[in-house]
Design a protein around this ligand. Sequence first.
Ligand code: MG
Length: 171
Amino acid sequence: MTESKHIQHNTQGRIGQGFDLHRLVPEKRLLLGGVLIESSPRGSDAHSDGDVLLHALIDAVLGALGQGDIGDHFPPSDAQWKDADSLLLLQQVLDQILKPSGYCLVNIDTTVFLETPKLTPYKLGIREKLASTLQLPLDAVSFKAKTMEGLGPIGHGEAIAASVTVLLSPV
Ligand code: MG
């Protein structure tokens, strides 16, 4: 069976999930959902701005539409994505891939895995930023933060990760 270029429409939703992880380094700033985490002494080591939350979100949207992954659309080998603002990458996916698909976002559920600092002071700001970017009501945007109880590379403060699930429905 050949894969159709066009998305098979149905009356039910389409679900997508995305995951991303970056190494943390002292010389970088930490961005999550486009929000600067000022209290973090380290940031993501990445070709782009290293926003793991936005990268996982982009992968979740692409996944829901069966449209590959972030690396297919914004290859790290391409110099134009160096230090790229991930909000602009997300906007491009929303405008050029989600909008023409005939689907829209219903809600998103996100989790960031980070040992320190505590993200509680940033939670509302991140949800507001995502909600306005995605044009969703605030209660359709969930943000959760987890530590790894001191275990593994994330628990040792060497890495940050994010997991995002999205639900799409026909427009
Ligand atoms: Mg990434």
